[in-house]
Write a protein that binds this ligand. Structure first.
Ligand SMILES: Cc1ncc(COP(=O)(O)O)c(C=O)c1O
Length: 436
């Protein structure tokens, strides 16, 4: 193995992939088990050259890749792994920092604090907050709920019926009781429906998964304060968009939250995984999570902060490097430009749906996700979704709103153009004619 030659070939592979991804099917066109059946049952006895890995990547694995980097990926939340972050991931793997303690990874630990502070400034969060990186928003929310229970000694969690399922999962894993609050006609949590007696935490969402609705944080925060409940804000998707000042209305009151999560791997052009978790109450986090066995004790001073004392994981990888690379190479202007473009394209698509007879919009659109459906039975919309996705030309997803099956088109990839959105709309209408 020659890192120079094989490395050059790998980077070349990446460059070629990015060039040809628009020609690949968006949704992998394989059946379950198909990829596995093409792979050997056991690892080779003797090592093989790296080019054999690249060859099988092309021949065996690529048909099983759903191309999230495709400009016509419009499902779930469309995300981007940007080029600076890809290169930084390579370097992070080379450095293999295992940040169990400050001294085992000083630069990784301190850069993490710096990039969290940079993002806090970019999205308008209080700079005094403490931030660190978890793998996913699921872990970030789980961590926040662990702290909320630790601090309050209470067992109930409240969220809206539109909160992400990671809240249900966290509550279930913790054995906490979950209470769901109803939403208004715009899918926002109704603060007047909150009953917070004996409640450990409320999870409010800025950018819900189905419709990207925004819970009224300020009202919820005041109710939490009065009831002594912890407020965790899930801004996993929409938080990154707060880099645009015109969208900051969605963060009104956020400074009163106890913790908040934004996924850099959703709308900050950073590859999965990179979930940013801040808290106004770092001492409570440390109190809940710090556990330093003898072998991890060091003479380093108190300000040699070990971020493993603020969350579930001990070994933490150098995730801040890729985010740092993104923030430096895109800058505030680059982030704003990409986010505004995605929103403008979603607005355009929304306009086409609004104008088209036989189609309807199903929710307000605060950001870059359009919820819509054909004026036809649920089964027809479901069949339409499957036809669109099976074509490989675009990938959209669905949700259920007010009991009805609804299609979702999410714009977010940095290379998506008006032509891509237009192609998706043409495809959707064309396939709609073919649904019985
Ligand atoms: C609002 C919201 N919160 C949390 C999550 C979970 O994110 P992760 O996959 O990082 O756990 C999602 C996923 O899409 C989401 O939409």
């Amino acid at each position: 193995m020659s890192i120079r030659e094989d490395g050059a070939a790998a980077v070349d592979w990446v460059a070629r992939y990015l060039e040809r991804v628009p020609e690949l099917p968006v949704l992998a066109q394989v059946e379950p088990g198909e990829i596995r059946s093409r792979l050997p049952e056991s690892a080779p006895e003797e090592g093989e050259p790296f080019d054999a890995v690249l060859r099988d990547l092309d021949e065996v694995l690529m048909p099983g890749i759903t191309n999230w980097q495709h400009p016509r990926f419009f499902a779930y939340f469309a995300v981007t792994s940007s080029e600076p972050a890809m290169l930084a991931e390579l370097i992070a793997a080379a450095l293999n920092q295992v940040a169990i303690l400050w001294r085992t990874a000083p630069a990784s630990t301190e850069l993490e604090a710096v990039v969290l502070d940079w993002v806090a400034q970019l999205v308008g969060l209080p700079r005094a907050w403490h931030g660190h990186i978890e793998d996913t928003a699921s872990t970030s929310t789980l961590a926040a709920l662990i702290v909320a229970r630790h601090v309050t000694g209470r067992e109930a969690v409240v969220c809206s019926e539109h909160a992400h399922s990671s809240v249900d999962k966290a509550a279930r894993m913790l054995g906490m009781e979950l209470r769901k609050v109803t939403v208004d006609e715009q899918f926002r949590m109704r603060p007047d429906a909150l009953q917070l007696d004996g409640v450990a935490a409320v999870v409010a969402t800025v950018g819900t998964t189905s419709t990207t609705s925004v819970d009224p944080i300020a009202d919820i925060a005041r109710a939490c304060r009065d009831a002594g409940a912890w407020l965790h804000v899930d801004a996993a998707y929409a938080g990154g968009a707060m880099v645009c000042p015109e969208l900051r209305w969605a963060f009104e009151g956020v400074e009163m939250a106890d913790s908040l999560v934004i996924n850099a791997h959703k709308w900050l052009f950073t590859p999965v995984d990179c979930s940013l978790l801040w808290t106004r109450r770092p001492d409570d986090f440390r109190d809940a999570f710090s556990l330093v066995p003898e072998y991890l004790r060091t003479p380093d001073s108190e300000d040699a902060l070990s971020l493993s004392e603020y969350g579930p994981a001990l070994g933490r990888r150098f995730r801040s490097l890729k985010l740092w690379a993104v923030l430096r190479c895109l800058g505030r202007a680059g982030l704003q430009d990409r986010i505004r473009r995605a929103i403008a394209l979603a607005e355009l698509f929304e306009g086409w749906v609004r104008e088209e007879p036989g189609w309807e919009l199903c929710a307000p659109r605060p950001f870059s996700v359009v919820c819509f459906r054909r004026d036809a039975p649920d089964e027809a919309n479901e069949a339409l979704l499957e036809r669109v996705n099976r074509s490989g030309e675009a990938y959209i997803s669905h949700t259920r709103l007010n009991g009805r099956y609804v299609l979702r088109l999410a714009v977010g990839h940095e290379r998506t153009t008006e032509d891509d959105v237009r192609a998706a709309w043409d495809l959707i209408r064309r396939e709609a004619l073919r649904v019985p």
